[in-house]
Design a protein around this ligand. Sequence first.
Ligand code: ADP
Ligand code: MG
Length: 395
Amino acid sequence: MGSNFLTLKGWHSPIFRDETKLYLEYVPKDLPHREDTMKKLTYLFWPIISSTGNFSASAWIHGAVGTGKTAVSKKFGFLFEKISKQKSFLLKYIHINCKQKRTGSNVILSILDNLNVTVPSRGLSFQELASILKKILFKKKRYILLVLDEAGYLLKKEGSDIIYSLARLTEEEFNQRPLFSFIFTSKQGRDAFLLDQSTRSSLAPTKIHLPKYNKNELKDILTLRTEEALRKGVIKEEVIDLIAEIASSKGDARYAIELLWKAGKEAEMEDSKEILPSHVHKVNLSIMEPRQYEEINNLPRHEKMVLLAIIKENLSGERKYARIKRIVERYRGICRKYGEEPRSYTRVWQFIKDLQHAGLIEVNRLSEGERGTLKIRVTHEELNSLEGVIKGQLC
Ligand code: ADP
Ligand code: MG
């Protein structure tokens, strides 16, 4: 009775060795499957150091959520600043999240803040701030590697002129060395934003695309992270495999790590000595919208498999609508994968009708004349997350 849990000295989690290693901001020691990207960045930016700052470069890293844009740009920034120092070149890496700093003035204020410079709080214009920054950089003989993370938010608000203005800080003084190099990150490609031709030519960031991670890549990422964050022996390879499988429908390392973390918390709460598949399923479902979860959770197993077949068909190829023949083929493949006996064609047809009644799919005739040819489409927008949820429930 007297042993208040919170005052127990020396309690340590049976699951986590260091939970902070699963926080989103944490940048791990290694970034598996992004070695090539790091190499590309190094080739691109190396001349800054070798010319002791008489050169500038820029890169535009794009890819879906959780493909490592922030992690790669941070890791590269840290390393590049460190190497510069070893070569006695004063380069400072500054990382700005443009989702938070959406205006040009805010970007410059952050840079000044990173340089420990305070400016009067009265509203200075962008031009005034830019000229303060320029003076300071000349005075301090500092070269900046500026990462504009999620640059799309800034560019949507300010237009591509903002980049032009920042880039011009480097070009204006003919006899002076440049002051900046840039790394932009965004979900969309460079050309979606830098529409103005002059900006594109004067800046011409090199495009670097980060593809979504496949299951094996996610497994490697998770395995390394478990070694850093978890105690020995608290997770089996098959559970890592399960998390990778669920997250692979999105290709998103963030989702994978969040699942691992939350499953760990769930195991901890249940006083379990290890993270079990049931913990993963539970938290995977809890991350989903409750409505979507309810809908899927109550479906019979074979209806789930038919729905999964339709989702896969909808996601594949250019056609957003699936034909029944292909759905049945896919469904049979899914049955094989989960060791189930496929139901008859007529039963599958019944499942499709039930799914239609439940509002989960739309069924339409492909064209007036063609009898029996139907087009089928899942109504839910988030096909990838739905796929992950169903897979999680079927495992
Ligand atoms: P993005 O910025 O593209 O949305 P992040 O860089 O934030 O993605 O990555 C999401 C999460 O996944 C972060 O916790 C990050 O550390 C991790 N992560 C992404 N790629 C890798 C990788 N190759 N190796 C290890 N961890 C990674
Ligand atoms: Mg990011």
